[in-house]
Design a protein around this ligand. Sequence first.
Ligand SMILES: [Zn+2]
Length: 457
Amino acid sequence: MNHWANQLSSQIPGVVWPALTPARIAPLVALLNQFEQTERLPVAALQARQFRQLVTVAKHAARHSTFFRDRLATAGLTASELADPEGLQRLPVLTRRDIQGAGEQLYCARLPAGHGPTGTTSTSGSSGEPVVVQRTSINQLMWRAITIREHLWHQRDFTGRLAIIRANVEPGAPKNRRNWGPPVSEIFPSGTSHLLSINTDIAAQAQWLQQINPHYLLTYPTNLAALLDEMSENTLSLPALRQIRTIGETLTTAIRERVAQQLGIDVVDAYSSQEVGGIALQCPHSGLYHIMSESLRVEVLDEQGNACAPGETGRVVITDLLNFATPLIRYDIGDYAQAGPLDRPCGRTLPTLNHIVGRQRNMLRHPNGNRYWPLVGFDRYRDIAPIRQYQLIQKTLTRVEVRLVCDAPLTPVQEQQLGKVIVESLGYAFELNFNYFERALPRSAGGKFEEFVCEVR
Ligand SMILES: [Zn+2]
């Protein structure tokens, strides 16, 4: 494989080789170069660098964020004491609630030189109350570098056609671009890309994809599943497609397997969030999710707050090492993941997650107080009735709303049969309310769709 540096586009008039990029792009190229070294550092060396960076950002935050200064004081700590895993663990985690409560006090009053300008990003939690985070130009730069790193790991052919079906695309006409768009187009020559809004009807999406005949497709897992249904029902194929990339929601093994069976290609998933950017990328060798340690530190914690061993599932707690505007230090992001092993065969020493399990709000709350990941039993639904889409919403400790999109309304007998399957799968005799929807079930403003949502606080 041709090294990526040989694919850079030269953007200085008159120079075709070696490629020269303008000054504003130089930091991006420099980071990509460094990543090749940093992702293979000895584990101890990588950790030492992370903690040196962490103390630097913590000292800045202690000086300029009232909230963080109080948080440290309450824990009886100084910024310098966060210099190793044991010290960091003494700082209680920061919840979404804490961030909402902190208001303006959370943000740093000043930024070091070169970090500005800041941008504001807001994400809604299960309660619909947004968490508002300020991010700097350094955070943005890191996200761009991580996005390109993901392409390079998977050796994508930038000359291919890229189809994107996601949220935040203007409704109406599909957009066609003459390149893949930033950050790829900032440094590499690339083929065309084509954007469609996630709110487009599935049949229309499939038709659009036939016309584009893309080499790569980027979309959300639940949308991909609906596309697979549509394609198999209408015996549609995408002959040029080489790989599918998913973002935004939890990618299940079931969807991966369906893609392999039906299309004979791989799905590559990326784990990111608006608050902290790229969190972990799938390894091209092992499929494990490597944590982006140059940008953040990830802890997976059990119910007692101790680090999970590989194979154990726990809460994802993130420390952003580079955000000097909003100190996100030990931030409980609301996700659950399974800790992974050191990926020896691939040689990358970046720590791993086996997989992302889901968001806390996707856990069922049993009337006995326990929370667990619900089985919804969907594979059995279709034996009962022609159900196209479903969503279960736990409204109270004992009541669940069942939202359905069906080809024909269910008969009372079918409703009863379906209710039996759902109750068995959930493991408790919930009272069920059936609600029917004409077309696709609504997605969140960010385009995400969740099969199970718990609204019980
Ligand atoms: Zn690996």
